[in-house]
Design a protein around this ligand. Sequence first.
Ligand SMILES: N[C@@H](CCC(=O)N[C@@H](CS)C(=O)NCC(=O)O)C(=O)O
Length: 222
Amino acid sequence: MSVKIYGDLGSGSLRRVITAAKIMGVDYERVNVDLFKGESHTPEFLKLNPHGLTPVLQDGSTIIWEASAINIYLADKVNSPLLGTTSQERYEVLQWMFWSGEQWRIFSTLTFDERVGGRVMGKPEDTAIVNLTLAKIRATAAVLDAHLADRPFIVGNGLTLADIDIAAPFSQAHRTKLPLNTFPNLAAWQQRLLDTVPAWAETRRDLDDRMDTFLNALDITL
Ligand SMILES: N[C@@H](CCC(=O)N[C@@H](CS)C(=O)NCC(=O)O)C(=O)O
């Protein structure tokens, strides 16, 4: 029986799960949750995730929310090298995934809320928030850029879930206007993922189609 993955193709968080599921060859069914229509806040959906956030995974009676936790669950289920190939690597992958949630993606999410979400709602960008988020992103991107100076991936010599988590801000970067491409090793790593991980390129096309169609319908140019 295939697992169900709930989410909207325009979501960078869903993209992390769909990318990993495709790489791991997981048999899944995507259940569409239209975030632009607020479908993650229906009483029925809130039974799956009381936070009203996607993605959510349902595997029989197992329900998991948070993209990183879903990816770890799936990687364990199929014994995938995406969680590292040694015990040491596994802890490094987890270290970067936890760091990514707390110190990295949060600032691009906040920038998205201000620059894209706010625009859709007709609210002006709060410059104090954006100044803070961009300063945090620049400082952290500099560390990532140095880390990637002499290695092709975040951990070890192959793609892991750490790459997928840390690459997430690139999903909306040209809409949020994040300064990521000013960091050469970071930009080269992102291009390497697009060139060598077909699922990462495929999910980008799906995400861009979904976002562009939605924004064009509202006549919004970012
Ligand atoms: N930390 C969560 C983030 C989840 C999240 O922010 N999901 C967004 C889409 S990217 C969402 O479902 N938003 C719906 C809403 O806020 O109404 C994860 O990694 O899964």
